[in-house]
Design a protein around this ligand. Structure first.
Ligand SMILES: [Cu+2]
Length: 130
């Protein structure tokens, strides 16, 4: 092949690499039962929803290693592309590390740190160490 064609192919192959990071967004609603949450997870890569993934969700508390035993649950596909839904039964409010294992089109493990209370969940704020 000539040089121009080779350069074009190389450029196309290189372009997606920068966009390969998996983005995960989590929204959890408190169910009213201690400490059970209905969660919707959005997965995308380079603004493209990740569809057809098998998502297993576990959780533990970074501040209390080995203290909790939350049984991992399997997420179900949601209504929107790249959306997955699951119910998370935690053992107390506070900061939890939500552990996602992705299988299928994307094989990856992600850890999302979220603060859970009776209003729902939001990303845990990193406090600067003194
Ligand atoms: Cu705890």
């Amino acid at each position: 092949m000539d040089r121009k064609a080779f350069f074009l192919i190389a450029a196309l192959a290189a372009a997606p690499a920068a966009a390969q990071r998996t983005e995960a967004q989590l929204e959890c609603r408190f169910t009213g039962t201690d400490f059970v949450y209905d969660c919707a997870l959005r997965l995308e890569r380079g603004a493209t929803p990740i569809e057809g993934a098998r998502v297993t969700v576990g959780a533990d508390m970074p501040s209390m290693p080995m203290a909790h035993h939350v049984r991992p649950v399997e997420a179900k596909p949601g209504a929107a592309p790249g959306e997955y839904r699951f119910r998370l039964a935690l053992e107390m409010p506070g900061e939890w590390a939500v552990k996602l294992r992705l299988d299928g089109p994307v094989r990856e493990q992600l850890v999302l740190r979220y603060e859970f209370d009776d209003k729902g969940a939001r990303p845990a704020v990193r406090r600067a160490r003194k």
